[in-house]
Design a protein around this ligand. Structure first.
Ligand SMILES: [Zn+2]
Length: 458
């Protein structure tokens, strides 16, 4: 909601909280004038974009500060949780400093983290000098705490990649309609790549742990049916109608630009490290985009401009690469890209008996949630929404069903009793084989490759 004539004008904002609320946390600059009544908080904004880019937390949140990379950081936490302020201060400072090192400078004077401790959530939203994070209130211990720090790194990295380095469509925004871009895979994928890389650089993961995470992402992406159907650029462009409106067929037809974009970032990083013999990496490419498009031109880039800049840093023509992996759905030759920088890639996928459906328990009923394309389940005419009642005449619950399906071999046949719209059907099922693409990453120990890997994964 805005007044078009006032969109570019500056203004003041006064917050009068409820009398029991004592704190207001936001990235908006505090106003020195207009200090009116008691319990009023005054802020300024230079235009409408800044106003709506600054969420405001009003309440009795816990607030603390720390300085990192020369920037004052305020953390506002709403809700109880198992966090320790002094530990958070230390760890968040390390993340901030390592993120800033990528670009060599931090454009903000101050930055605000607004954290909501809730029951079941993990996510955030980036802004120019603030972010909101929603996390489980018990996330501050063990492996969940590492996930929290990785989320902090992700949203913080966005202050550069998205808020400043950006496709031309992503700001200034047209607030009247959706803003379409084919480059969300760079915005979210590269940021996902860096949230894990920053955890490695900050010492929270060892090189081995990092490689295991990369291996998991690789198998998730290439093992998904949707990867062979939806190209990255389409996944980006259709985020409004696909990623944010999933249905029961989404696993068959869509791929997340977060994970596949993360792998593209890893490939480009490996290309730059290899081509420059360990002198440069993806950091330098991002820094160049930041200098050129944000600082010099103060605008976003087109796809062609992005590609041209990337071709300079990777020292190759990427037209074929683009049509195969960005606008196409082929599996990149990971072995070629990664082995040159010290990571061996073995293909370990093999044909196994596979039913190809996912189930959920609803009020004691076993319901089909998704059915994979070309699977045993699809060939047997099973559909999402069907209730599975019995196998070979015996009633099953979802646990028993999973156990049973695991024990059946390729070529075996069995009867399955289902209910669809209150009508019973008996399906005759023949178990088929399925080869899910799967890879294994391991370390190469020759000195040149090891040297490049240690520079890449430092
Ligand atoms: Zn993100």
């Amino acid at each position: 909601m805005f007044v078009p004539e006032l969109k570019n004008g500056s203004g003041n904002l006064t917050v009068h909280p409820h009398q029991t609320f004592k704190k207001v946390s936001t990235g908006l600059p505090k106003s020195t004038e207009n200090v009116s009544s008691d319990n009023a908080f005054n802020f300024t904004f230079k235009d409408y974009d800044q106003l709506v880019d600054c969420p405001i937390e009003i309440g009795n949140q816990v607030e603390f500060d720390f300085t990192a990379a020369g920037v004052k950081h305020t953390v506002a936490i709403y809700g109880e949780g198992n966090y320790d302020v002094s530990i958070l201060k230390e760890d968040m400072k390390i993340i901030v400093e390592n993120a800033t090192k990528v670009f060599g400078e931090n454009p903000n004077k101050d930055y605000t983290f607004i954290i909501h401790n809730v029951v079941d959530a993990q996510g955030g939203l980036e802004h120019c000098n603030s972010t909101t994070l929603s996390v489980n209130r018990w996330t501050y211990q063990g492996n969940e705490y590492l996930d929290f720090l990785s989320l902090v790194a992700h949203e913080y990295f966005h202050l550069w990649n998205v808020k400043r380095i950006r496709p031309i469509e992503l700001g200034p925004f047209d607030y009247d309609k959706e803003n379409y871009t084919t480059l969300l895979w760079v915005m979210e994928g590269f940021t996902s790549y860096y949230d894990e890389l920053l955890m490695l650089r900050s010492g929270y993961y060892s090189q081995e742990q990092y490689i295991q995470k990369l291996n998991n992402s690789l198998n998730y992406v290439e093992g998904s049916t949707g990867s062979r159907v939806q190209p990255l650029s389409h996944s980006s462009y259709d985020a409004w109608i696909k990623a944010y409106r999933p249905n029961e067929n989404s696993p068959n037809t869509t791929m997340t630009y977060y994970s596949r974009g993360q792998l593209m970032a890893a490939i480009f990083d490996a290309m730059i490290v290899y081509e420059t013999k360990g002198q440069n990496c993806l950091d330098d490419f991002l820094k160049a985009l930041y200098e050129k498009f944000h600082k010099k031109l103060n605008r976003g880039f087109t796809v062609d401009e992005f590609k041209l800049e990337l071709e300079k840093w990777t020292n190759q023509n990427l037209t074929e690469f683009w049509s195969m992996y960005i606008d196409g759905t082929e599996i990149p030759d990971y072995k070629v890209y990664f082995s040159r920088v010290g990571l061996n890639v073995d293909y370990i996928g093999k044909e196994e008996a596979s039913f190809g459906a996912r189930f959920s328990d609803r009020n004691g009923k076993t319901m089909v949630q998704t059915v994979r394309s070309n699977s045993t389940a699809e060939a047997a005419n099973l559909s999402p929404g069907d209730e599975i009642i019995a196998v070979e005449g015996f009633r099953v619950n979802s646990n028993r069903l999973s156990e049973l399906l695991e024990s059946i071999e390729i070529g075996d046949t069995f009867k399955m009793l289902i209910a669809r719209d209150e009508i019973l059907y008996e399906l005759s099922v023949t178990m088929n084989g399925y080869e899910q693409p799967k890879f294994s990453l391991s370390l190469i120990t020759t000195s040149m490759e090891k040297m490049l890997r240690d520079f890449w994964l430092r």
